[in-house]
Write a protein of this length. Structure first.
Ligand code: AMP
Ligand code: MG
Length: 428
């Protein structure tokens, strides 16, 4: 999996964009170069949540398997209902959920029926019990005009039709899909194997939890945010700890990661001021390009693939700043990892919401501001940005419930202007 074209391709772009690669272009390059992994496994429904469906699921049965009632009431023949007055029908039996009425219903007759019960032969309509009058053990009266023929009847195969695709490969399975599989009687399903992702932090100033914090040092927080984001994507994680800022340590870590993982995510050491050996080491191991992206936060990023002992892995060298690592993960690595997992990524839904904050913004780069989405006094959605937007201020990320995406050509935002927002959590 060597792509000499990645380096060549990106250097040809650099001539056109000497200062910074626009976000959309960088995203396209990443999405184009990654390939889905092979490897399928069979799991039970209980293990399938969040996994990527490896093959289309074709319905082995129709759901529902029979026409049935949508209401508790009385099943009847619509043509028996009188157009100009109440209709009294003789009750000849009952149809319960799971226990069908065995006979045939003739004209002038009806059957007591419960929700989900199979429609008795001869009946095409259900009148809800609360719309009837004078119901006794033997007869019921339906007032004029309360139902039309076909009302309150669910059709066979209305939910899923036998032989038709019910779920498409590449879908990341959600709770509804588990229920849908069960409704088809399928207890096991083929999913892609989990993507193995190795990750480590780089920096001599980083201290691990439990260490004393010497002057000028910080605790390594990126490995924990990466752990959270990768776990939510459903990856198998290989935590490689903190790696010192020296070429031998970096090379050893990258080699060890490459032989175990499908993808490697590092943080730190890729900015312009960082020691040049990062580039040398990464370039020595494979086909890696170093980008300055037209975005804030998170300008520097390395992307490519490396090889070691006949194994290869995609590499994302993310910036070190705690907010930048999250933003570059969400807007570059996330979709690429989903593609590697075999998923068909859906575009991130953007909401357009009025901003309560004025935001200064220069055209010519994409900005990701941390926002708080809420409702105003009239109940309409509004967004404001969290306080300090510095790329090292992780609190801004923890306080936020969304990202305000200010697009490449967009300028400053006035109060009340509509802005695009990506919400962090939907119904999880
Ligand atoms: P770098 O990209 O390596 O130049 O790092 C940029 C900034 O991010 C520096 O202030 C680092 O101390 C900080 N930083 C880098 N890695 C981490 C990390 N894993 N956890 C917390 N801060 C970090
Ligand atoms: Mg560093």
């Amino acid at each position: 999996m060597n792509h000499p074209t990645l380096t060549q391709f990106v250097s040809s772009l650099a001539d056109n964009a000497p200062n910074a690669l626009p976000v959309a272009q960088a995203q396209r390059i990443v999405q184009t170069f990654v390939q889905p992994i092979d490897g399928v496994e069979t799991v039970t429904i209980w293990q399938a949540l969040g996994r990527v469906l490896a093959a289309d699921v074709v319905s082995p049965i129709s759901v529902p398997a029979h026409d049935n009632s949508a209401m508790d009431g009385y099943a009847l023949q619509g043509c028996d209902l009188l157009p100009d007055g109440p209709t009294t029908l003789a009750m000849v039996g009952a149809a319960l959920a799971g226990r069908a009425f065995e006979g045939t219903v003739a004209h002038g007759e009806c059957v007591r029926i419960m929700t989900g019960a199979v429609m008795p032969v001869g009946c095409d309509t259900v009148v809800p019990q609360e719309l009837t009058v004078q119901a006794t053990e033997t007869a019921v009266t339906v007032p004029q005009g309360v139902v039309r023929t076909g009302d309150n009847r669910r059709h066979k195969g209305e939910d899923l039709q036998e032989g038709r695709p019910a779920l498409t490969r590449g879908k990341v399975l959600r709770p509804a899909d588990l229920g849908l599989l069960a409704s088809l009687g399928l207890g096991q399903i083929q999913v892609k194997r989990r993507l193995r992702v190795a990750f480590f932090s780089t920096g001599d100033e980083l201290r691990s939890l439990g260490d004393t914090l010497d002057a000028g040092c910080v605790y390594d927080s990126n490995r924990y945010t990466l752990f959270g984001m990768l776990t939510r994507l459903g990856c198998e994680l290989i935590d490689m700890g903190v790696v010192k800022d020296d070429p031998a340590s970096l090379e050893a870590a990258l080699r060890a990661a490459c032989v175990q993982a499908d993808a490697i995510i590092t943080s730190g050491g890729v900015s312009v001021g960082a020691a040049d050996y990062t580039k040398d080491v990464m370039a020595k191991l494979g086909d890696v390009t170093f980008w300055t992206i037209g975005m804030r936060p998170g300008r520097p990023m390395a992307f490519g693939s490396i090889a070691c002992d006949g194994k290869s892995a995609y590499l994302f060298g993310l910036p070190g700043n705690p907010v930048a690592v999250m933003v570059t993960f969400y807007f570059f690595a996330r979709e690429a990892l989903l593609r590697m997992m075999g998923a068909t990524p859906q575009p991130l839904p953007l909401l357009r919401v009025p901003s309560q904050s004025p935001i200064r913004k220069k055209a010519g780069r994409t900005e990701y501001q941390r926002g708080i989405l809420s409702t105003d006094s009239q109940g309409n959605p509004v967004v404001r940005i969290t306080g300090s937007q510095g790329s090292g201020v992780l609190r801004s990320m923890a306080e936020a419930n969304c990202m305000v995406v200010l697009h490449h050509m967009q300028g400053s935002v006035n109060v009340g202007d509509l802005v695009d927002v990506v919400v962090f959590d939907g119904l999880v």
